[in-house]
Design a protein around this ligand. Structure first.
Ligand SMILES: Cc1ncc(COP(=O)(O)O)c(C=O)c1O
Length: 373
């Protein structure tokens, strides 16, 4: 009798993974909706980046395997030696290679509850055990994270600002977390939304990545740079960490168009600044309208990102708000799969859209309350 299985079997830690759920772009009936479910840039893409698409090299040729021009542009913008910069197919690739390079079966990877959903996937994919620290009113709790550090901890993921909560740890807190971690634990500071944070509130991640041997900062072109479809991310850390990650990242991991548009986007900081200013203004206007809905059991987590996690704790449920907004033409992100059945993450879009959403929430909350009475 053969002891062989009838078909290839995935490793048990792979079998435990639930595939990443992306933000939807259409309603249940397939009708296209205003997409506020994936934290993309409502202003689109820098015109200079779009113009660069015209100069892209012919598709029959492989792209530059080392993204040299992009690393030089990023190095010059942020004052980083390009040797300490690594580009990835979105920052998602870099989170995955960081987990796999530094953790494996028997090890632990630590992050907070209501952290970015990809951390579970990349941790399990490496074979390590995910360990989840409790939150503090939806925010990252450094004490809770540190309390769960063990001999087996290899990687700690902290998104700052965090997705889906939008919460933010200031510089002093990041420094305190890093100082308390053992030196052989890799602290991955995921700064996917860093460009939305006011420059004076910088969390110090890039400086830490330059000075410490156990910090990796990841960033993306998918959000404020408006290039989500080009799949471009980057990371910086010590030369040793970057050299290790370089060994296992995808060969030719950035396309010709990804590299060309990202270089042009780096050179158009005016577009990034305009995106941040739009976001800051519209987010403030939107949450001011939500403030007026407190008596309907609607509140939100204070956000430093380009989205707001709205908490529906009254007669209007998260599911009903999600469905009602979709019926009105807006697709948002309802999060029951992340332990937030009362949570709706709404990307900050154009002014008119945010006004319409705030008004729809008010209207639906009033109807739900009178129906419940
Ligand atoms: C916190 C965080 N990190 C990383 C990413 C990955 O983005 P990308 O792979 O497009 O760079 C996202 C995307 O939503 C995110 O929210």
């Amino acid at each position: 009798m053969s002891t062989r299985a009838p078909s290839p079997r995935p490793k048990p830690w792979i079998a435990d993974i639930h595939a990443y759920v992306a933000g939807k772009s259409a309603g249940a009936d397939g009708r296209p909706l205003v997409k506020l479910s994936a934290n993309e840039n409502p202003l689109g893409t820098s015109p200079k980046a779009l113009a660069a698409l015209a100069d892209v090299r012919i598709p029959s040729l492989y792209p530059d395997p080392d993204s040299i021009a992009l690393r030089a542009a990023l190095g010059s913008l942020h004052g980083i030696d390009p040797a300490r910069i690594l580009c990835g197919t979105g920052s998602g690739e870099l989170l995955a290679v960081a987990a796999s390079a530094f953790a494996g079966p028997g090890d632990e990877i630590l992050y907070v509850r209501y952290g970015f959903s990809l951390y579970d996937i990349v941790a399990r994919r490496s074979g390590a055990t995910p360990v989840i620290a409790p939150d503090k009113d939806y925010g990252t709790d450094i004490e809770a994270l540190l309390a769960l550090v063990t001999e087996r901890t290899r990687v700690v993921f902290v998104a700052n600002p965090n997705n889906p909560t939008g919460s933010f740890l200031p510089k002093g807190e990041i420094a305190r977390l890093h100082a308390a971690l053992p030196s052989d634990v890799l602290l991955v500071l995921d700064q996917a939304y860093a460009e939305y944070v006011a420059p004076e509130d910088d969390d110090g991640g890039l400086a830490l990545a330059a000075a410490a041997a156990n910090v990796l900062v990841t960033r993306t072109f998918s959000k404020a740079y408006g290039l989500a479809g080009e799949r471009v991310g980057w990371a910086t850390g010590s030369a040793q960490i970057i050299e290790v990650l370089n060994r296992i990242r995808g060969a030719f991991n950035l396309s010709n168009s990804g590299q060309a548009t990202a270089v042009a986007a780096v050179e158009d900081q005016a577009f990034v600044d305009a995106s941040r200013l739009h976001n800051t203004r519209e987010r403030a206007r939107f949450v001011a309208k939500l403030d007026a809905l407190g008596n309907h059991g609607i509140r939100y987590v204070p956000s430093e990102a380009n989205f707001v996690l709205v908490l529906l704790e009254g007669a209007l449920t998260g599911e009903a708000a999600y469905t009602g907004l979709a019926e009105r033409g807006y697709i948002t992100r309802w999060l029951p799969g992340q332990g937030l059945p009362h949570g709706l993450r709404i990307t900050i879009g154009l002014s008119d859209h945010m006004d319409a959403i705030a008004e729809a929430l008010r209207e639906m909350a009033e109807t739900a309350r009178s129906e419940a009475a």
